[in-house]
Design a protein around this ligand. Structure first.
Ligand code: C2E
Ligand code: MG
Ligand code: MG
Ligand code: MG
Length: 288
């Protein structure tokens, strides 16, 4: 019998728990097959300049087309991929694919890729980043890597060294979900992030909560005095948009400007939204 006292009360014979474990095992097997069977697709969500509404980049968000269950949310499978170590090959695939996709986008449009803590600790990360850039031909400054504070929680000296190395390549580093972790402020002192993404939980209540407004304003002011771009995540309404603009947020990402889209839609959107500037035609042969 599993231990019944103490803090952890795992009981492997309890039917409900057993079903949970079974389900998780099934998902893990499915996940392994999904990697081999190309069941993943990257969706891209636009990030716009708060002032001009110009598209400045896209965040790569992983989607899993499960053969029986349809689209499975990353909130469900990323934690499992992390626990099982599968996030390492999966994350490498995302990074390489996203760099290749973005290399075809016009101008300086960036791509932002999420890195999970385990992936971040893998010793080959820097080499994978270098190789993904070289293979795709994407300029380093068009790649942005998003990390969360949890990356810096364990072995932060090695983590900081990795961050400095990658940033030294010209790749931008963003702190994701800012405000949801433990000691955001000290990390800002330790590492020169290029961007702070204010977590959507603060944006959601901007209209109703004075506290949220105060926090957003404080983060934006902090960012601007440190020379760090601030992105408001999860902007859905005109009201939220007006408020994040009022507070001086640099960039906006949210359903208001667009949900995550398949690649083909991204290419169409870029053609519609940003007509090529005359400079883009410099090398084209002159037509009679
Ligand atoms: P995240 O990196 O914070 O990404 C933003 C999430 O917010 C995305 O959810 C996006 O679809 C959602 N979102 C954006 N705007 C809005 C909005 O206006 N309203 C609402 N309600 N939601 C909005 P998604 O795509 O489900 O991804 C969830 C999380 O899964 C991501 O959070 C990220 O932590 C993780 N994730 C996704 N793709 C990858 C990946 O390739 N690698 C890793 N390691 N994690 C990933
Ligand atoms: Mg992110
Ligand atoms: Mg986020
Ligand atoms: Mg998140």
């Amino acid at each position: 019998k599993a231990k019944s006292n103490g803090r952890s009360t795992y009981c492997f014979f309890e039917p409900a728990m057993d079903a949970g474990i079974q389900q998780r095992r099934k998902l893990e097997i499915d996940l392994r097959q999904a990697i081999a069977g190309n069941q993943f697709e990257i969706y891209y969500q636009p990030q716009v300049n708060a002032g001009t509404e110009e598209i400045v980049g896209f965040e790569a968000l992983l989607r899993w087309h499960h053969p029986e269950r349809g689209l499975v949310s990353p909130a469900e499978f990323i934690p499992l991929a992390e626990e099982t170590g599968l996030i390492v090959p999966l994350g490498e695939w995302v990074l390489r694919r996203a760099c290749k996709d973005a290399a075809n986008w016009p101008g300086d449009v960036r791509v932002a890729v999420n890195l999970s803590p385990l992936q971040f600790r893998s010793p080959s990360l820097t080499h994978i980043v270098i190789s993904a850039l070289a293979d795709s031909g994407l300029s380093a400054f068009r790649l942005e890597l998003e990390i969360t504070e949890s990356v810096l929680l364990t072995d932060s000296e090695t983590a900081l060294a990795t961050l400095h190395h990658i940033r030294g390549l010209g790749v931008r580093i963003a702190m994701d979900d800012f405000g949801t972790g433990y000691s955001s402020l000290s990390y800002l002192r330790l590492f020169p992030f290029d961007k702070i993404k204010i977590d959507q939980s603060f944006i959601r209540e901007l209209g109703e909560s004075k506290d949220c407004a105060a926090i957003v304003k404080a983060v934006v002011d902090l960012g601007s005095s440190l020379g760090i771009t601030t992105t408001a995540e999860g902007v859905e309404t005109t009201n939220q948009l007006d408020r994040v603009r009022e507070h001086g947020c640099t960039e906006i990402q949210g359903y208001f400007f667009g949900k995550p889209l398949p690649l083909s839609h991204v290419e169409k959107l870029l053609l519609e939204r940003s007509p090529p500037s005359p400079a883009d035609h410099r090398d084209e042969p002159v037509r009679p």
